[in-house]
Design a binder for this molecule. Structure first.
Ligand code: SF4
Ligand code: FE
Length: 484
């Protein structure tokens, strides 16, 4: 494929792909023009647009091709690279107000860089070399890689091999000299249709009985045997209504789909783990370590949320009330807590055996744990400032095109010098981010993306050295002797 340099090149690269996509019972002919799918493509495209506008922030030099590539394709070579990933993520959150979908791949291949190296070290395999040549190919064309980790999981109390239906975790169903065939499904795959390649990975710690599930491989999005079933988002059909008055954010949205694999072939050159079940936990842990601090994206989306809340307070004529100012301070404090823990994690990164950098795991989990809660509190305060109209406003058609238009423009008026249409637009944006399409990205994805809240609490308890803390206390209380 020709190298993608611009947003326009990216949009061109998505044309005429032969993908099987279902959305509300119908096969999608062209995702690029589908009103529900298009805003998600625009959000991904913004990652290329930002690299055009601010190359120092959103691009980097590939160590393999020595050419500029998008920062989302770059292997972190130091803590500054990790920090710049966060800077870029916050910026893209501010620009789109939603999930721009590209971090999963970045975090997956940064984890695979070190994990493939360490598998080779133990088993004398050649995964790392194959992985680097795959990455070089991606760099040459500046492509989007999606990371496919989350299996559908069936009965959560049972490991993959004990499931009543063996397909509930993606697995190898056939092997031949040229490669492997996989079947199963991956759930809520962020940006999968807007990617060029995806990397499949196991989703949890595996045992010897789960060997067939220990598979990592890269494959083109349009591989034979893959079906995509588009995930619904609250209020998504508003994008199909005439006038698009009630969408809130008509430019951008996130994307999740269920991906079903039916005997999908992966050739040997794109296989980076094949049966080494004892490395599945390491891969999951490193991927989630990178990905949980990538959630500073939500601080960027939070900037939009706070801006919307402050604007609607102004339009309602209450921006100077002390309790409103106090609530805005609280929203900012919560939002900056997300950002601060994320960048602290990046800035305390360490070099791995393979030579790339990984951020601090404890702080990444603290960051993501904040994301699971503070976004909801920020959203709650935004609704508080918006007033009840955020959930009860008549439709845009009634406001703009019906006999009731003059009446509605009169009775939806806020502060005298503020245009009624602007007040309505701001209320719709708050609705979009707290109840509508982009509430998926701002709230539920904050809860469950990169692992549900309990997963972070387990990791926090593992990473904290509680004995060391007990010792600090014992020394100062005189229970054990202090070294002078
Ligand atoms: Fe990136 Fe955030 Fe979307 Fe995850 S939720 S892909 S970190 S923008
Ligand atoms: Fe996510």
């Amino acid at each position: 494929m020709e190298k993608i340099h611009t947003k326009a090149d990216y949009l061109d690269s998505l044309k005429n792909r032969n993908l099987t996509i279902y959305l509300m019972g119908e096969l999608v002919e062209d995702p690029l023009t589908h009103p529900i799918i298009k805003p998600s493509i625009e959000a991904m495209a913004e990652t290329y647009a930002l690299a055009e506008r601010e190359p120092e922030l959103a691009s980097a030099i590939s160590p393999y091709t020595n050419e500029p590539i998008n920062r989302f394709l770059h292997i972190a070579e130091n803590n500054q690279d990790l920090y710049l990933q966060n800077q870029m993520q916050r910026k893209l959150g501010q620009l789109t107000g939603t999930c721009f979908q590209r971090c999963v791949g970045m975090d997956a291949f940064n984890a695979l860089h070190s994990v493939t190296y360490e598998i080779d070290e133990k088993y004398k395999t050649d995964y790392h070399k194959k992985f680097i040549s795959f990455l070089t190919k991606m760099h040459e064309s500046n492509l989007v890689i999606g990371g496919a980790m989350t299996d559908v999981k069936g009965d959560r109390s049972k490991p993959p091999h004990q499931q009543a239906d063996q397909d509930l975790y993606l697995r190898v169903v056939k092997r031949d000299k040229k490669g492997v065939y996989v079947s199963g499904a991956k759930a809520h795959q962020t940006g999968c249709l807007n990617s060029h390649w995806m990397v499949i990975m196991p989703t949890l710690r595996l045992t010897e009985d789960d060997k067939d599930y220990a598979i990592v491989g890269a494959l083109p999005i349009e591989s034979e045997g893959i079906t995509y079933i588009y995930g619904r988002q609250s209020c998504d059909t508003r994008s199909m209504e005439p006038g698009e008055y009630d969408v809130g954010n008509k430019y951008f949205a996130g994307q999740e789909a269920m991906v079903i694999f039916d005997n999908v072939f992966i050739p040997n050159e794109y296989i980076f783990m094949n049966g080494e079940y004892d490395f599945a936990a390491m891969l999951v842990e490193r991927f989630t370590c990178y990905h949980r601090r990538s959630y500073v994206c939500k601080a960027g989306v939070g900037d939009v949320m706070i801006g919307a809340a402050a604007t609607i307070a102004e339009y309602n004529g209450v921006e100077n009330k002390s309790h409103i100012r106090e609530k805005l301070v609280e929203m900012n404090k919560l939002n900056e807590t997300i950002y601060a823990t994320g960048i602290a994690s990046s800035l305390q990164g360490k070099e791995t055996k393979s030579g790339n950098y990984i951020n601090d795991d404890l702080l990444a989990n603290v960051c993501k744990q904040h994301v699971t809660k503070e976004t909801y509190e920020i959203g709650r305060l935004a609704q508080d400032l918006a007033g009840g109209l955020v959930a009860s406003m008549p439709s845009g058609i009634d406001i703009h095109e019906s006999d009731m238009s003059p009446n509605l423009k009169k009775y939806l008026k806020g502060k005298e010098d503020i245009n009624t249409e602007d007040r309505v637009k701001m209320l719709r944006l708050i609705e979009n981010m707290t109840l509508g399409r982009n509430a998926v990205a701002y709230l539920t994805e904050s809860m469950h993306g990169a692992g549900s809240p309990q997963a972070q609490r387990i990791q926090i308890s593992r990473k904290v050295d509680i004995e060391e803390k007990k010792n600090f206390a014992k020394k100062l209380s005189g229970i054990i002797k202090r070294e002078e």
